[in-house]
Design a protein around this ligand. Structure first.
Ligand code: TPP
Ligand code: MG
Length: 280
């Protein structure tokens, strides 16, 4: 009897495949929030392949860790991870953003397996995560609630209410990630609304805070490990400094990259550039 071969896939390879899935979806529409999907791929790779507990064949399994995408326009990034995780079937990729697709351009919980909340109106995810975290704790659940929000969402008062209430409720089952790509719809985030010194502010709100290069997958993995294993009764947040378009040099350099249009012939170039930088 032969021993089954179990595929060992590195986190770097997972991140590569997440970026590739995002580019393939982008190509379907010719445009989208591609820069963000490329910048957050390493964080999603660690979340889905180095941290979270879930059953791909049963996305609503009660014992799962929850992932709440606050910034609904990052749906393309989350779908890319859900394909890689086997929660979404790969053949649906080409339906991205089409009529009757389960993959609308902004995340919708009722449409998509693995999408835990509906997005669109920014600044909501953290407070929803606080409610979920509190509910799970009261039920005696051991599940974690992860939530991703973006630096532009720091402009929203509801984020700061969420930060305050999570600490009040001592939510040690809550792990937030903020994507600091220094970009929002109207320009560089720090020019629109200053939020530094962010680590000091978050610590003052009672959180366990780590700040990492969000495109350094080993650093991200260590931060997730620390966040999961900390023994203090505090919510945890990982500030992830990321680079828009990461992995595709000509997209990294694009200006006004909040929502980009990519010429038809450039998708192939983007996939090739991504492949050229692929790490084992
Ligand atoms: C409450 C609310 N206000 C405004 C918008 C419009 N909007 C959509 S994306 C976006 C930028 C948010 O910042 P961020 O997510 O950091 O931008 P990115 O990094 O994706 O460029 C804005 C203002 C919205 N969706 N919801
Ligand atoms: Mg941003």
């Amino acid at each position: 009897m032969s021993t089954p071969v179990i595929e060992e896939v590195t986190l770097a390879e997972r991140a590569y495949r997440i970026r590739r899935n995002a580019l393939l979806m982008g190509e379907v529409q010719g445009q989208g929030y591609i820069g963000q999907a490329l910048d957050i791929a390493d964080v999603l790779a660690v979340a889905y392949f180095g941290a979270m507990n879930y059953r791909p064949e049963d996305p609503e399994w009660e014992g799962r860790d929850r992932f709440l995408l606050s910034n609904g326009h990052y749906a393309i990034a989350l779908y890319a991870a859900l394909f890689e995780a086997g929660i979404l079937p790969q053949e649906e990729l080409e339906t991205y953003g089409s009529d009757d697709s389960r993959l609308p351009m902004s995340g919708m919980a009722s449409y998509t397996p693995g999408m835990e909340m509906s997005g669109g109106s920014l600044g909501q995810g953290l407070t929803i995560a606080v409610g979920r975290g509190l509910g799970l704790k009261r039920k005696g659940s051991k599940s974690f609630v992860y939530t991703l929000f973006s630096d532009g969402e720091l402009d929203e008062g509801s984020i700061w209410e969420g930060l305050m209430s999570a600490a009040h409720w001592k939510l040690d089952n809550l792990i937030a990630m903020v994507d600091v790509n220094n970009q929002q719809a109207d320009g560089p985030s720090t020019q629109i609304m200053s939020f530094e010194p962010l680590v000091d502010k978050l610590e003052a709100f009672g959180w366990y805070v780590q700040r990492v290069d969000g495109n350094d997958i080993d650093a991200v993995k260590t931060a997730f490990d620390n966040a999961r294993t900390l023994k203090e009764a505090k919510p945890r947040i990982i500030v992830c400094d990321t680079k828009m378009g990461c992995g595709v040099p000509f997209l990294e350099q694009r200006e006004k990259n909040h929502f980009i249009r990519v010429d038809a012939h450039e998708w192939q170039l983007a996939l090739e550039a991504l492949k050229a930088g692929r790490q084992a």
